[in-house]
Design a protein around this ligand. Structure first.
Ligand SMILES: Nc1nc2c(ncn2[C@@H]2O[C@H](COP(=O)(O)OP(=O)(O)OP(=O)(O)O)[C@@H](O)[C@H]2O)c(=O)[nH]1
Ligand SMILES: [Mg+2]
Length: 451
């Protein structure tokens, strides 16, 4: 961790300039040995210098070099950034020259890892950098930026401070039972405090999950019996004949996917094999996949052929569906109906026909309504930013529930205090106040090189 590292920070390809970043205690001194221009070891911090990168008497490139001295740098180490000409060959040559004087090629995310280990940013901020780079819409970009500026860190800090206060007051009670002027921490008081904490945490977890949906897209499964019109609906959404449509039941056997943009939402649409009992080996596997997707998808478009009555099996299957994430699509509404609205006890029902396209607009509106998101206020932009963070927050929330149960069972306060410390650590992992080396390694390995 103490050596000097380098990497190309810009995208490798044809471009006006490329930037190569060097960080470490020897960064300035080492780069200076291959630089023809000012003596970089004598220049002020945060200045830029014109000159050449040399190999003996040969000029490798004409460059501008920024010199930034520790600690006011991204990594909190001495940092040199070489602005060289763009293009793969030139950039590579300058990089090779740096490697030839004993500067090591950085691993993916290593600059950010150093920034974290040197206390410049915490883990949630490091992750926010990646989110910012990868953000695809304005809303996710804003939230990543806010997290980079410390909003998630602040959130975690507040939760941890509250927990610390609770732990401290329990421990004072345990350690000094004879002091009467210390406020007695009773089970009831503790429950009130823990309830407040759980409520707030749950609220933020919900906001965070909504954000995940917005960011990753909504997994949308189109499911139903064979021949009801699932593939026709997919094709309509995708505006192309992506899935094969025929009048033969059992046409689709594997999952056919496509992504669409619906207002602010991204939908990952998946057309599936019609669910039925079958002896066909291939179709059977397809049906299993459809059933699996029913469980995993965030949105299910369950398609019924209105002109055919429902089978007993189908009624049973409908009973197992989560009504909040399912839209019942009564398709083939252009021909005489056998299924009526009152036969379906679901809140979201839409009539469609892929023949005249009637009702398909309503279907889109219904989806938008289901996932309608209120504009988040500045305050609510404080969320857990990615799956790792949400997972830890959920774990903390589960542990809090367990502590509450233990309290109600009359478990001793010193045991409770021990469990609360585990929650403190779990939350601390979000920001990296507590961490394990392996987790850091995998986390930063997902970063791009040069970041
Ligand atoms: N009358 C009418 N026919 C439709 C409608 N939608 C689809 N069809 C027809 O129904 C048949 C089956 O359509 P698909 O879209 O292949 O149905 P599917 O649910 O994907 O069927 P499988 O892949 O076998 O599970 C085709 O002949 C379509 O033209 C509709 O709204 N009205
Ligand atoms: Mg199909």
């Amino acid at each position: 961790m103490n050596d000097t590292i380098c990497a190309i920070a810009t995208k490798l390809g044809i471009g006006a300039i490329s930037i190569i970043r060097v960080s470490g205690k020897d960064a300035i001194q080492k780069v200076n040995t291959i630089f023809k221009g000012k003596n970089l070891e004598k220049v002020e911090s945060h200045t830029i210098h014109y000159g050449f990168i040399m190999r003996e008497n040969e000029i490798i490139d004409e460059v501008l070099i920024s010199v930034m001295k520790a600690p006011r740098t991204f990594t909190r180490e001495d940092v040199v950034e070489i602005n060289c000409h763009g293009g793969i060959l030139t950039t590579q040559k300058v990089l090779e020259r740096l490697l030839s004087i004993g500067i090591r090629l950085a691993e993916p995310g290593e600059f950010t890892k150093r920034a974290f280990l040197n206390g410049r940013i915490d883990l949630s901020q490091a992750e926010a950098i990646m989110e910012l780079i990868e953000s695809k819409n304005e809303k996710t970009r804003k939230i990543a930026l806010s997290s980079l500026r410390g909003s998630t860190s602040q959130l975690v800090k507040e939760f941890r401070e509250k927990l610390k206060m609770i732990i401290a007051s329990i421990e004072v009670n345990i350690d000094y039972p004879e002091y009467h002027d210390i406020e007695q921490m009773t089970k009831d008081k503790l429950l009130i405090l823990l309830n407040e904490l759980t409520e707030k945490l749950e609220e933020i977890i919900i906001h965070s999950k909504n954000h995940q949906l917005l960011k990753n897209g909504i997994q949308t499964a189109i499911v139903g019996r064979p021949n009801v019109g699932k593939s026709s609906i997919l094709n309509h959404f995708l505006e192309e004949e992506k899935a094969i449509v025929t009048s033969i039941a059992g046409t689709t056997r594997d999952i056919v996917e496509g992504e669409i943009q619906l207002g602010n939402l991204t939908l990952q649409m998946m057309d599936t094999a019609g669910i039925r009992d079958t002896n066909d080996v291939v179709e059977k596997i397809g049906v299993e996949k459809s059933k699996q997707l029913l469980k995993e998808a965030s949105l299910v478009l369950y398609v019924l052929d209105r002109s055919n009555s429902m089978s007993e099996d189908e009624k049973k299957l409908l009973d197992t569906l989560n009504k909040d994430k399912t839209i019942i699509v009564l398709n083939k509404s252009d021909i005489p109906a056998k299924i009526m609205r009152e036969d379906i006890s679901f809140p979201h029902v839409v009539y469609t026909t892929t023949q005249t396209l009637e009702g398909l607009q309503e279907l889109k509106q219904e989806i938008l309504k289901m996932f309608e998101q209120e504009e988040l206020e500045e305050e609510d932009q404080r969320i857990f930013l990615n799956t790792r963070q949400v997972h830890l927050a959920e774990k903390a929330s589960e542990l809090l529930e367990e502590v509450k149960k233990s309290l109600q069972k009359g478990i001793e306060l010193d045991m409770i205090s021990f469990d609360l410390k585990e929650i403190l650590d779990t939350l601390g992992m979000i920001t990296g106040d507590t961490y394990q080396d392996e987790i850091l390694d995998t986390l930063f390995a997902n970063f791009c090189v040069g970041k």
